[in-house]
Each structure stands twice: as C-alpha cells, then as structure tokens.
Design a protein around this ligand. Sequence first.
Ligand SMILES: Nc1nc2c(c(=O)[nH]1)N[C@H]1C(S)=C(S)[C@@H](COP(=O)(O)OP(=O)(O)OC[C@H]3O[C@@H](n4cnc5c(=O)[nH]c(N)nc54)[C@H](O)[C@@H]3O)O[C@H]1N2
Ligand SMILES: Nc1nc2c(c(=O)[nH]1)N[C@H]1C(S)=C(S)[C@@H](COP(=O)(O)OP(=O)(O)OC[C@H]3O[C@@H](n4cnc5c(=O)[nH]c(N)nc54)[C@H](O)[C@@H]3O)O[C@H]1N2
Ligand code: SF4
Ligand SMILES: [Mo]
Length: 753
Amino acid sequence: MLDDMSDHDIPGTSVKTVGARICPLCEATCGLLFELDGRTVTAVRPNSADVFSAGHSCAKGLGLGRLENDPDVIRTPLIRDGAGFRRATWEEAFDEINRRLPPIIAADPSSCAVYSGNPAAHHLDPSFYTLPLIAAIGTRNIYSPASIDTLPKNYANTLLYGTGLGMAIPDIDRTSYLLILGSNPLVSNGSTITAPGIGKRLDALRKRGGTLVVVDPARTRTAEVADKHIAIRPGTDAFFLLALVSVIATEGLAAPGRLAEHTDGLQELLHLAEPFTPESVSEICGIEAAAIRTIAREFATAESAAAHSRMGSCTQEFGSVANWMVECLNIITGNLDRPGGTMFPVPPAGGPTTWPHNPKAPLVFDRWRSRVRDMPEAMGELPAVCFSEEVLTPGHGQVRALITISGNMARSLPNSHAVEAALSSLDFMVCIDGYLNETTRYADVILPPPPLTTRGHHDLALTHFQVRNVARYTAPLLMPAPGQIPEWQILLRLTAIVRGEPDRPIVELDDEVAATATRRAAKLAGSDIDTVARATAGRTGPERLLDLRLRSGPYGDRFGSVPGGLTLELLERNPNGIDYGPLEPRVPGVLRTPTKRIDVVPDALVADLPRVHAALAQPLPDLVLINRRQRRGMNSWLHNALPQPDDGQCALFMNPLDAAGRGLVDGDTVGIESKTGAVVAELHVTDSMRQGVVSLPHGWGHDGSGLHTTHSASAPGANVNALVDDLVVEPLTGAPIFNGFAVEVARVESVSS
Ligand SMILES: Nc1nc2c(c(=O)[nH]1)N[C@H]1C(S)=C(S)[C@@H](COP(=O)(O)OP(=O)(O)OC[C@H]3O[C@@H](n4cnc5c(=O)[nH]c(N)nc54)[C@H](O)[C@@H]3O)O[C@H]1N2
Ligand SMILES: Nc1nc2c(c(=O)[nH]1)N[C@H]1C(S)=C(S)[C@@H](COP(=O)(O)OP(=O)(O)OC[C@H]3O[C@@H](n4cnc5c(=O)[nH]c(N)nc54)[C@H](O)[C@@H]3O)O[C@H]1N2
Ligand code: SF4
Ligand SMILES: [Mo]
C-alpha cells in the first residue's frame, strides 16, 4: 500500500472557472461542464448547449470530479521495490525502463507485447501515439479489448462492407422498429451506437408509435421498457436470426429494394437460411416458434426497421454468424442504408469509410497467426485470449516484456488465473495507468497519465458510430502542472527509448510523427505538403494530428481551398460542437470490399453454418452463466472512485425455479464453479433471469495483495473472469465465450476471497 497520493501540493491559483469537456468514459460522449477552483474540479454538470448530448449525462460523468480527486490515484511514477513500489521521478522511471526494456527487445522484438485497454479508444493521445511505439518495437504481439468485445461484429462487417470500423448504425431517431440483441443501453448507454441520452431516444421511438423489441436472457432495464422482451437462451442468437431470415425467405417477405443492385448472393442467403425454421430452432433458443414468426413479419413489414447486436451476441459461441445474420436481416428487408434503418455515419476526422477505396488492400484479417495456438490476427492485433499462453509457453517469440496502456488485463481477460500467472512471470512490465490495481501490481514501472482537465478531447473512434453527423472538440482546461506529463509525451518517450534514442527531444519525435501525417493529409486533401505543413505549424502533439485529420476529412477546409470548411480552430470556437445533420445514405460509396459490392454469403461465414447446424442436436447444459454491466461501473475501474450502491449489485442473479431446485434462497452465499475456476458470491433470486441462466457482473474481484484501491478493496466482489475459459472460443475470431457457458452453483458456508 502507498499513503495518500492526492496532489494537494500542486501549486494553483484559486480562480473559479467553468469549461466544456466531453466525457471520455463511455460511447455516449456526453458534453459536460467542469467547474474548477484553481486546479481542483469542484463540480461537473451536464452541458445543455452541447449540440449532440443536449444536457444528457449520467452518474459516472457527473462523478468525474471524484475520479480526478480520488486520493488513491497515482500522481508520480512508481518503481518496483521488492514486493512493493517506491515513488520515483520521471527521469528515474524512464532510466529504469531504458536500462531494462531495450535489451529484451534487441534479443527479439516480438518478445515485447503491448496491450492497449478500453480508455485508449476514448482518448486522443493513445489513438495517435500508440502505433508509433508499436512500430518502433517491431512486435506483432499486440492486444486490446477489441478481440473480447466487438470482434465478431467487426469481422462480419469487414466481410460484408470492407472495413471493421465502418458499421451501419441504427437510425434510432427515425426508425419505427428497433430490434436490440445482447445490449442493455439503459445501463451501458449504448455500444457501437453513439447516441447520448439513449433512454430518451427510446422513449421518443415509442411515443411516435414505434416498437422496441429486446432479445436478452435477462429482463434488463432496457427489456423493462420494451414493447416485447424475448428471453432467449444464451448463445443462440444465430439460430434465432437465421430463423427470422428463414421466415422472410419462405413467406416471400424479402424486399431489399435498391440494395439489390449492390449486393451479391441474396438468393443463396435465403436458401441457406430456409432450413432454420422457427420450429427447428424453438427449443435451442427457448422461444416459441410463433413468437419468432411474428417478429420476422413485423420486422419485414415495418415502415422502417433496424436490428442492432452487441456485447451479448458478440461474445458467445456463434458470435460471427449471429452478427452476419443481423446485417443480412437489415439488407434483405431493404433497411440497410435508409433513414429509419441502419446507416453509415461520416466521421469528421475521416476513417476507413471516407478514405479512398483501394481494391488491392487486403481485408484486415488473418495476415499473420499467433505463435502458440495459430489464431488469426484481426485488425492488426492477436486475439487477447492468446496472451497468457504467449507468455507462458517457452520458445522463440515467447513474450517476456509487456507495456500496458490503460488496461486491466487481470480482470478483463478470460481465465484471470492464467493471465495473472503470465503477468507475474514477465521479465519486465511497464504500465501507463493511474491506479495500482489487479494488473499494475505486477508492473516494474507505473507511469501515471495526467488529469483529464489537462487533455483535449475528440472521439476519433466513436464518431464512426454516431447517430448524427456531429463534430466536437473540447480543449484542455488547464496546462499540466509540474510533475504531470501529457500521455502522448509518455508514449513518445517510450518510443525514443525503444529506438535507442532515450535523450532525443520529444519535439523532434513529434515532428517525425506529424511529417507522416502531413504527407497523408496533403494527399487526401489534394494539397501540397508545404501548404499543409504551414497551415498546421502552430500546433504540436495530438492537436496538430487532429487538425490534419479534420482538415483533410469529409467536412474539411482542405487547408484553405474550401472556405468555411472544418478545422480544429473552428471547433475551438464552437466548444458545443457543430451539427452536420442526420445520417444520409452512403451505399455504394461507403463500401470498401475489393469488388465495391456487398457479398451476403462470404465463404468464411458460410463455412461456419455446419457447426451451427450440428449444435441443434447437442444436449443443453442445465445452467449457464452470462454477464451484466452496472450503472456506476466502467468495466473494472470506477468502483474505487465512485460510491457503489450497497444493494447486492455484485450478487449472482438466479431464477426462483433454479434456486428452489438447488434448495437455495435469496441472500445465500453460493459457490459458482465452471471448468476453468470457482468464485463465491451472494445469491439474489429474481424472476428477471430466465430459467437455466445465472448472471454475474463483470469488472469485479478487487482483492488479493498489493492493491492501492482502498474503497473497492473493502467490497471486492467476485471476479467473473476467473470462470471464463480462454481456450474454448468462437473459432472464427477467437472471441471469448463470456455468455452462455456451463456452471454449477451450490451453497457454501462463508464468503472467502
Ligand atoms: N455503466 C456501464 N456502462 C458501460 C460499461 C460498463 O462497464 N458500465 N462498459 C462499456 C463497454 S466497454 C461496452 S463494450 C459497452 C457494452 O454495452 P452493451 O453492448 O449494451 O453490453 P451489456 O450492458 O454488457 O449488455 C449485454 C446484454 O447481453 C445480454 N446477453 C448475455 N448473453 C446473451 C445472449 O446470448 N444473447 C443475447 N441476445 N443477449 C445476451 C446480457 O444479459 C446483457 O443484458 O458498455 C459500455 N458502457
Ligand atoms: N467477463 C467479461 N469480461 C469482459 C467484458 C465482459 O462483459 N465480461 N467486457 C470486455 C470489454 S467490452 C472491455 S472494453 C474490456 C475492458 O478491458 P480493459 O480496458 O483491460 O479494462 P478496464 O477495466 O476498462 O481498465 C481500464 C484501465 O485504464 C486505466 N485508465 C483510465 N483512464 C486512463 C487514461 O486516461 N490513461 C491511462 N493510461 N489509463 C487510464 C484505468 O485505471 C484502468 O486500469 O473488458 C472486457 N472483459
Ligand atoms: S452516459 Fe457515458 S458519456 Fe455520458 S456522462 Fe455517462 S459515462 Fe459519460
Ligand atoms: Mo467494451
């Protein structure tokens, strides 16, 4: 343990100020107002003038002040000292890294892995400066939560539309029928849909006479407000969706409209789905055949309809086929790419769907394979389920060093026992993180990121999922204080060390990164390099790189040739954002497949159908486990700073019939056992769970030694990832099966951790 690490000693004035700050926590990207007294955040309010979120916020965003002021947050670098850590200066920390990391990389670059966690996708610094670090290391051992989150959806989208990030998003504000599978947006605030205030948007859908259908084994908050809740058996979305397509095929309801011109394989798709009749899948899905037929008819005949699948239908046994079928459902009913259906946003800083089509570029999957399990690469990364075996299996290419950037692998990756064994066996580990948590406790050096108030914000990734075309940027509210280093400079300093140039001035390295981005921007904008370099010369760091992207992007000023076009300066003058209006049809221009067409029967997905079919004949387990999220959590890392309700939110949820069958009652202490591990939790008996399904929240298990998270250690909760297998995975993508694996539950005498 370390003593109080709060920054009372950082000098500041006591001038009271208020500034706009987009919330970096979840995909809703709400505009907030930070009230500051000197350097201290005294309050956080919703920003009602934000053009997109219009005053929406949640307890997490409003709690950002608590996060900024959490005395447990690390404020200075830490260096391992025996079983604990000692505080160090930045120079000491970088010297230690320089002493120990380069020799490992010199022996074998791939022996150094990089894990870039969820917050990295929400911040500019890592979005721009992680790749130069990875390139300098020269490793293919790159991991992130993408492969334990959206990957089956990215995969299906890549095969159909040509890019993993260019997804069609439900046009929630105009649709008349929304079918949500495996998502609980009233708690998560939405995923692969950036729609601040999603609860109000769902209310509006129902008020205008629309229909909301939620397919989820649990009666979640979202299911509670739906017109229909279909309590599907976990892991069976692919069957349900195939049956919807089958009904549409056999009843002659397919009406792809203008999409037919841009699509190949429609007839074959209908033919492939036909055998999956509602009657044939009813038992495995646990849904009456008539209910499946009704949904298929309603969806196909609605004025407009959108099917949207997320976490629950990605991280399951047939995740890729399920996500493929979601797209097929939207396509065969003519709902893809039309108002009220699912549509492709235009990211203002550009992205794969706005950059030129390159028919020769490979679809970014399976360009290399993992060493131990021969798993395919996806979008530049290896599946995270491979991490521990890559560390623990000897041989050439064995991972011996690790850099984590805002990630908590010990709680987010399946089979945490193996992950922690791997982390503890490394020769060297550096973490850029503000907490001494379940993962960083294994580090040799921890480098803390600076406070949110010192960071500019634009959502490079999430603008690909926005339900309106909006551009926003909020500027840093404060300069870094002495002893605080911007995260992009930390990343560049690591890059310098890895390149064998530890003393190279950061400005020079930054100019190098910017030079590459300048050439690219000039090409995209049709400008000459000197003009582009001059136009952005006054800036450095992520702001320069963002300006290059915005100005060469779809709304950009093309470095002066489009007067009034988008620039970072324009966004600085409009801290509440600029609204470019509702989503508009983009097919075929948006397609990045080699043929510039949509193939609805890609070989790789069709080849998985026999496995789906075979599962129909297999016995069903008695009890399977699924995961859930909670309103005040953000994966594993807000439990310490934000007060968590003391209402058994960490309990195992179980249906009354399952409880009675096991002689269990509400409040019992139960052991939950899978073939991978065992945990203990309190039992909550609730009819919100369908029979045969129990649920645990993810992100808990804040126990064991060496943590500096005082509040969460007092109520650690059970670590669901101790139960999840890292070896049995969805075979096409290597995505873990968080949802729908067999467990046994029995009473135990007392809670132990
Ligand atoms: N409050 C809060 N918000 C968050 C997060 C958080 O931890 N807390 N995390 C953020 C992150 S990183 C993400 S990726 C998003 C995820 O956001 P969502 O995609 O909305 O994911 P969840 O909230 O986990 O909801 C998944 C739902 O799937 C259901 N489910 C489980 N198995 C199945 C199945 O087999 N089929 C179907 N149809 N449903 C199933 C579960 O019961 C659950 O209700 O949330 C983000 N927002
Ligand atoms: N069983 C199960 N496992 C799951 C899931 C599930 O539903 N069930 N969900 C999966 C999903 S969707 C995701 S996205 C992953 C999340 O997986 P991770 O990203 O590995 O885990 P987080 O809990 O989000 O941890 C984020 C870390 O970043 C640190 N951090 C926060 N802000 C910053 C910052 O600005 N800079 C730096 N350097 N560090 C920062 C926090 O202190 C914390 O340690 O978990 C996955 N794991
Ligand atoms: S909904 Fe998400 S983005 Fe909005 S305030 Fe809450 S955590 Fe932040
Ligand atoms: Mo996620």
